[in-house]
Design a protein around this ligand. Structure first.
Ligand code: AMP
Ligand code: MG
Length: 332
C-alpha cells in the first residue's frame, strides 16, 4: 500500500482535502490526522473491518480498546446506553478537548472497538482538522495514536510515517500537534469516577466540575481489560530510559562506560552541557514540557542513543501526565 501524505492548513483546513480523506474513511480505509493531543489513526468506528485494520496496522493487541472520536455531545449520545449527568457536565466543560469519557456502550458500537467490553471511551477532539473531518464523515472515528503498538506516540506527520508508512492510506499533515501527550481517560461507569490515564485535562480541572474522583491502579482483577492504557511498558522510545533527580552523575557514569547517552533536561535547572552527551532541553512549565517530550524522545531515537537519562521534572497535579508517561517509558 502507498501512503499518501497530504499537507493541510491546521486552522483553515481546505474542504476538498477533508472531503478526500472522508471518502477514504467511508470506503473502509485508514487516515492519520492531527488532534490537539497527538496524531490519531482513524477508521470508521461503525465499520468492523475498518476497525480491525487499525489493529493490524499498529500490531495492537485486540484486548486494548480504542477511543472513539465524535464531533460533539449529540453524536456521543447515540453511542452510549446512558449519558449520566456528570458525563454531560464534563463534556460541556471540556469538549472539544483532551478528555475521554468511558461510558456504557450502545449496540451501535461494534465489539471490536471496545475489546469485547461493555464500555466505550469517547471524546471530541479540539483540532480544527479533526473536527472538520468528523463533520464531513458523519460517522464516529475510532482513533488510537498513529504509531506501532508500544512505540512512542507521534506528534508530527514525520513521526506517523516513520512507524506506519505503507500500512495506512493517508496522513493529513498539519504540522506539530500542540498538546503533545494523550488525552485523559476517565471511567464514569464506577462510583466515584476513576482516572484511568492522566492526560492533558488535569485531575484538579475535572474535580472542579464533578467533585472527588478516584485514581491509581484498579483493585479489580479485570483491571488489565478495563484500563489497558495502564500497561506498564507503553509510550516508549527504543533506547533504555531512566529518570534521575540528580541526573548529571548518571550521565557521566554511562559515558565512562562508553554508552551513547541522550540527556533530557528542563530549564531553569538545566545543567551545563557535557561533551559527548546529546542534550534535549524542555521548558519548565508542564504544558510546554508535555508539548515537547515525545518530539525530544523521537529525536534521541533517531540520533541512535542507546540510553536516555531524564532530569526528573517537578511534581504536582499539572505534571501528573508527564510523570506517568516517563514512568512507562522507563519500564523495560
Ligand atoms: P491510545 O492507544 O493511545 O489511543 O490509548 C487508548 C487508551 O484509551 C487505551 O489504552 C485505554 O487505556 C483507554 N481506553 C479506550 N477504551 C477504553 C474503555 N472502554 N475502557 C477503558 N479504557 C479505555
Ligand atoms: Mg497509543
Amino acid at each position: 500500500m502507498q501512503t499518501e501524505r497530504v499537507a493541510i492548513d491546521p486552522l483553515h483546513p481546505a474542504p476538498e482535502i477533508i472531503a478526500r480523506a472522508a471518502a477514504v474513511l467511508r470506503g473502509g480505509g485508514l487516515v492519520a490526522f492531527p488532534t490537539e493531543t497527538v496524531y490519531g489513526l482513524g477508521a470508521n468506528a461503525l465499520d468492523e473491518r475498518a476497525v480491525q485494520s487499525i489493529f493490524a496496522a499498529k500490531g495492537r493487541p485486540p484486548t486494548n480498546p480504542l477511543i472513539v472520536h465524535v464531533p460533539d455531545l449529540a453524536a456521543a449520545v447515540t453511542l452510549v446506553s446512558d449519558m449520566p449527568a456528570p458525563a454531560r457536565a464534563l463534556a460541556d466543560r471540556f469538549w472539544p478537548g483532551p478528555l475521554s469519557l468511558v461510558l456504557l456502550k450502545s449496540a451501535r458500537v461494534p465489539d471490536v472497538v471496545t475489546a469485547g467490553g461493555p464500555t466505550v471511551a469517547l471524546r471530541a477532539p479540539a483540532h480544527p482538522v479533526a473536527l472538520a473531518l468528523l463533520q464531513a464523515c458523519g460517522f464516529p472515528l475510532a482513533a488510537p495514536s498513529a504509531n506501532p503498538s508500544t512505540h512512542l506516540s507521534p506528534t508530527t506527520a514525520d513521526h506517523v510515517l516513520s512507524g506506519l508508512d505503507g500500512k495506512i492510506d493517508m496522513v493529513l499533515d498539519a504540522g506539530p500537534a500542540a498538546g503533545g501527550l494523550e488525552s485523559t481517560v476517565l471511567d464514569l461507569t464506577v462510583s466515584p469516577p476513576r482516572l484511568l490515564r492522566p492526560g492533558l485535562a488535569t485531575r484538579a480541572q475535572i474535580e472542579a466540575v464533578i467533585g472527588p474522583i478516584g485514581h491509581g491502579p484498579d483493585q479489580n482483577p479485570s483491571a488489565p481489560l478495563r484500563s489497558p492504557g495502564m500497561h506498564e511498558r507503553h509510550y516508549a522510545p527504543r533506547a533504555a530510559l531512566d529518570c534521575q533527580a540528580d541526573s548529571r552523575p548518571r550521565v557521566e557514569q554511562l559515558m565512562r562506560q562508553g554508552v551513547r547517552v541522550g540527556w533530557i533536561v528542563w530549564s531553569p535547572t538545566a545543567p551545563e552541557a557535557l561533551a559527548g552527551a546529546i542534550i534535549e532541553r524542555l521548558p519548565a512549565d508542564a504544558a510546554g514540557y508535555a508539548a515537547g517530550l515525545y518530539a525530544a524522545l523521537h529525536r534521541l531515537d533517531q540520533a541512535n542513543v542507546s540510553h536516555i537519562v531524564v532530569d526528573l521534572p517537578p511534581a504536582g497535579d499539572a505534571w501528573l501526565a508527564v510523570h506517568d508517561r516517563l514512568r512507562r517509558a522507563a519500564h523495560s
